[in-house]
Design a protein around this ligand. Sequence first.
Ligand SMILES: [Zn+2]
Ligand SMILES: [Zn+2]
Length: 244
Amino acid sequence: MVKYRQIFQKIIDFIYPPVCPLCHTGVSIHGEFCADCWTAINWIDGPHCARCGYPFISGYDFDDDVLCPVCAAGKNELDWIRSACVYDDASKQIMLPFKHVGKIKYARAMANAMIWALRDVDVSNIDIVMPVPLAWRRLFHRGYNQATLLARPIAHAMGVNIDYDSVRRKYRANMGHKTAAQRAKNIQGVFRVVRPDKIRGKHILLVDDVMTSGATFAELRRVLMKAGAASVSGVSFCRVVHAL
Ligand SMILES: [Zn+2]
Ligand SMILES: [Zn+2]
């Protein structure tokens, strides 16, 4: 079976040679960025908060378990959060077309980077990978939930189930809320657990494309814990990094 799959992959590679999703330069494996595009992205590969993954200025030699001021103040309730890169002009070249122009071919490379971002956390207890739900109205307009496209390869790599129907999200107009407090208020009460039987006792990994203030992850965690989840952690492709 494996042999047939390898032969099949060779045929696919011959017909559709693997190329970098951004610049179309040839690469060795499907779903990889080329070296030039990879180095343009501000990957979170240095010292970071042990809990939320906030990147510290490199050059400092931190202990592995050091926390950022937000986590140290107990203002982050997720078990941990990791992000592959910083949301900036370079990662926007991937993020915006992926989210708004249907460039779903970027999903594999993005998910690979997210799996890499999980290298220093223990994922062995994760039971469920859950893409942050999209309101039905947005799903209808966009045609896909970008978080689901990222969650699928991650769940597959971890060998666990993906859950995209236990939680529903109400539509709420995006009113350009800028501050963390406004974002937190706008997201309050948008999620509803409709299948608590699938949530109870489970260790859940949330998946999103971008983490802005962390309010979405925090609110989703709140409803999941209320429904009996054992733990909730999160991973995003990129994150907004404010000076702390
Ligand atoms: Zn490239
Ligand atoms: Zn932190």
